[in-house]
Write a protein that binds this ligand. Structure first.
Ligand SMILES: [Zn+2]
Length: 339
């Protein structure tokens, strides 16, 4: 549909979106409004940032990762979120608009990868995935398929919407099943609830097969990095005071896990973003309640890593690399057959 060089345009739009995601990543977990104040500010000196501070990638690079006004260090995260988001937009643009010609799917995928980038960086920092992001992810998948119906595409009724709903169900049930079984067998909280809702949204966007590929990739990535971590950790002197004073929390009751799981299947958490009373009635907490997070110097333990980033990475692989992976496999099989 478009010439290949236009993927650069996708990259630049993506980098700009990444710049906005940095605002979301900073403000959302702290309960700060995303659109108030409208201007960006330095968290250190509170000074308003000017246009020259907000050029994606370049501002961070040319200021050496420092605030122009107070000299405070700007985390490298700001740069990386822009690079990663830009690259993913460029890749989706290339695959869906240059090689393919599917505007609806391109939109679904760029929104999905953007939400996944935000979820990943928030999860790495705070060990939570905000409900807003998970609700939007579910809506993105369902909305994509509604758009197919609106376009009058016949496949919308066969693999479109039914697949999206089925994918959401598969995502919820697989992750919830792991949580439930983990609690039953090991008496431990195996999975965060944010992960279950994230898997549901991934399923809605990528359909059952894509969801399964995502989860498989996530588990492989988690295992590989987990082994790597254990090796690194075993070489580290054991003097971490947090490790010793760590008191395991009481695991969640099975009844509560059942009730939450049913709530996620019915998307009560997502609908509750618009009707907070419904959320309150089902989950017993106010979705708008101020998070008790504070932007202090708390750092997670060395070996604690949330599962959300793996799920997100798995979904990105499933969305962008299934074609290349398949052609490599095909080529390999051909080679084996001596063709
Ligand atoms: Zn500053």
């Amino acid at each position: 549909m478009f010439p290949e060089w236009t993927a650069v345009v996708g990259f630049l739009i993506g980098a700009t979106i990444g710049s906005f995601l940095n605002v979301v990543i900073y403000r959302l977990p702290l309960g700060l409004s995303i659109n108030e104040p409208k201007h960006s500010f330095c968290p250190s000196c509170q000074n308003r940032l000017a246009a020259q501070d907000l050029v994606p990638l370049f501002s961070w690079l040319f200021r050496g990762g420092k605030c122009r006004q107070c000299g405070a260090k700007v985390p490298a995260r700001y740069f990386w979120v822009e690079v990663i988001t830009g690259s993913l937009w460029g890749l989706v643009w290339y695959q869906q608009l240059c090689v393919g010609a599917d505007v609806a799917r391109a939109i679904c995928f760029v929104v999905m990868v953007s939400l996944l980038v935000a979820a990943t960086f928030i999860d790495l920092r705070w060990f939570i995935i905000p409900d807003e992001l998970n609700a939007l992810l579910l809506l993105t998948g369902l909305g994509y398929n509604v758009s197919l119906i609106v376009q009058g595409r016949p496949e919308a009724w066969t693999w479109g919407l039914p697949s999206s709903v089925a994918g959401a169900l598969v995502g919820t049930l697989v992750l919830w099943g792991i949580t439930f079984l983990g609690r039953l067998i090991f008496q431990k909280d195996a999975m965060g609830h944010g992960d279950i809702k994230l898997a549901r949204g991934i399923g809605a966007c990528l359909f059952p097969l894509g969801a399964i590929v995502s989860f498989g990739t996530a588990i492989v990535l988690g295992a590989v990095l987990g082994i790597f971590q254990v090796i690194v950790a075993s070489r580290k002197p054991q003097d971490d005071p947090e490790e010793e004073t760590y008191i395991p929390e009481e695991p969640e009751s099975l009844g509560s896990i059942l009730k939450s799981g049913l709530g996620y299947l019915l998307a009560i958490d997502a609908i509750g973003m618009v009707i907070p009373k419904l959320y309150m009635g089902w989950f017993g907490e106010d979705p708008r309640a101020q998070e008790t997070l504070e932007d202090d110097d708390w750092q997670p333990g060395f070996t604690t890593i949330p599962f959300g980033p793996y799920l997100a990475a798995g979904a990105i692989v499933a969305a962008t690399a299934s074609g290349p992976i398949k052609s490599i496999l095909d080529a390999y099989l051909k080679y084996l057959h001596g063709d």
